[in-house]
Design a protein around this ligand. Structure first.
Ligand code: EPZ
Length: 428
């Protein structure tokens, strides 16, 4: 599948972002831990959600997906298996997030080690260290990691994790989320210091609380979880996707007349919107519910970006803002502090006329007057989205291949852009 884009159209109108991929996937995994059905609303119908649904079904859950209503109903009561197979974990790294839930429900889990991807090695050492501190042993062999709780539960019927004080070396989102889920049904209290504070992690915590978990410190870097004996499924609405919002905001900054991005929550995008405002973009926060971007005659200014955990500049919007900065006169520098290899997309962008040089963790961007359409390929999800933005503003035709990467995380991406006036089609 490919996108074919004819650049140059001005965008205008309103676009509503979908539910957050990086919240929905975790909450779907967390539903394993509860008794009875969970009904999730505002779920983005994207490939990663379909893959997670496949993992849950393979484990034995009953799934009812309402594509038009963006809802998914999960009944985990018949889950008997605690093995997440390689072919699905390889397809989507986030499958590792069934480890905490399965470990807390069954006292053991066998999960394929997620491969690296085009942005970095994607280790899980902090996940495993957290589980070990909670009284589990883990061994790795044949591409799988086996994790087993050692301590018997109060009734001596199965093994149960024990609460512990855990200090994360880095505020890893996945490690925070896996440990948070495991701790919710552990015996005793778990404290996670240096926890990730991303809004999507807090969304997971709020879902668990609605299921009956005892969690305090949500939105902070210190989560305190008092384990409970049972969680009950509930109805929950997924928060809006702040990375999709940022993607449409940059599209509007590049070639918009006046665009309103609805469900774009300014405070959930870290310092991203402030950085665009510093660069001279005419961007307005409407009650922390939507963002309006208007065309401006002002000359844009260089800004320097350093990606950091929330509330710093989100690494997922690093490829996205690089397209904007590539057309700002002068030199801008992006420093990538979260992943070790997140500039793979630069070679593809430079084929479209950008002038970006990589020096270790830095991208030195020298502004050019225009981009030109070219055949390019997506190397990962956000890199693919960046190429689409470049195609919108480039002269001529841009053909983007390997767009399956993009379909993983953006719902109706080309349709939403066409409705704003972009000339983009998807071909098989
Ligand atoms: C989440 O990945 C997101 N994915 C990523 O979004 C996002 O880029 C990333 O957080 C950082 O914000 C989902 O939520 C599904 P981390 P995650 O654990 O949880 C290292 C997208 O485009 N690390 O915070 O894997 C790791 O290698 C995707 O939607 C360890 O070394 O991120 C990385 O360099 C791409 N050991 C850094 O920490 C560990 O045990 C951040 O990882 C865990 C992580």
């Amino acid at each position: 599948m490919k996108y074919i884009i004819k650049g140059g159209n001005r965008l205008s109108g309103k676009v509503r972002v979908s539910g957050a991929k990086n919240s929905a996937l975790k909450i779907m995994a967390a539903s394993i831990m509860s008794k009875g059905r969970t009904l999730l609303k505002n779920v983005p119908i994207i490939d990663d959600v379909l893959t997670m649904a496949e993992v849950l079904e393979l484990l034995g859950a009953r799934i009812n997906l309402d594509r038009t209503g963006n809802c998914i109903e999960i009944n985990p009561d018949n889950i008997k298996s605690f093995e997440a197979p390689y072919e699905l974990v390889r397809k989507m790294r986030a499958s590792i997030l069934v480890a905490g839930p399965l470990l807390s429900r069954f006292g053991e889990v066998k999960v394929a080690i997620p491969g690296g991807c085009n942005i970095g090695s994607r280790q899980i050492d902090m996940h495993l260290k957290g589980f070990e501190q909670m009284g589990a042993d883990s061994i790795t062999e044949h591409g799988y990691v086996y994790i087993k709780a050692k301590n018997p539960d109060s009734k001596g019927q199965k093994k149960r994790l024990k609460g512990s004080a855990i200090n994360l070396d880095f505020p890893s989102r996945g490690a925070t989320e896996n440990i948070l889920m495991a701790a919710s049904l552990a015996s005793g209290t778990t404290i996670i210091h240096n926890a990730a504070k991303e809004p999507e992690t807090s969304d997971l915590a709020r879902y668990l609380i609605k299921c009956g978990a005892d969690i305090s410190g949500v939105d902070s870097d210190c989560l305190v979880i008092n384990g409970v004996d049972e969680l009950k499924g509930c109805e929950y609405e997924i928060m809006p996707d702040s990375i999709e919002a940022g993607t449409f905001i940059v599209a509007a900054a590049l070639c918009g007349k006046k665009v309103e991005v609805q469900d774009a929550i300014w405070d959930n995008m870290g310092i991203f919107c402030n950085k665009l405002a510093d660069a001279g973009v005419n961007i307005t926060n409407i009650d922390n519910e939507s963002v309006i971007v208007r065309k401006t005659r002002a000359l844009f200014k260089n800004v320097h970006i350093s990606t950091l955990p929330f509330p710093g500049f989100p690494t997922d919007l690093q490829p996205i803002i690089s397209v904007f900065l590539s057309l700002v006169p002068g030199v801008s520098v992006i420093t990538e502090n979260v992943f070790e290899n997140r500039f793979m997309y630069v070679d593809e962008l430079n084929r479209m006329g950008t002038n970006i040089k990589i020096d270790g963790h830095h991208a030195v961007i020298t502004g050019v007057p225009k981009l030109s359409g070219a055949p390019v390929s997506a190397t990962d999800l956000r890199a693919g989205a960046a190429l689409v933005l470049a195609g919108l503003v480039a002269e001529g035709i841009t053909e983007i291949s390997d767009i399956h990467h993009i379909m993983r995380g953006y719902e109706n991406f080309d349709k939403k852009l066409r409705e704003l006036g972009a000339d983009i089609i998807k071909t098989d």
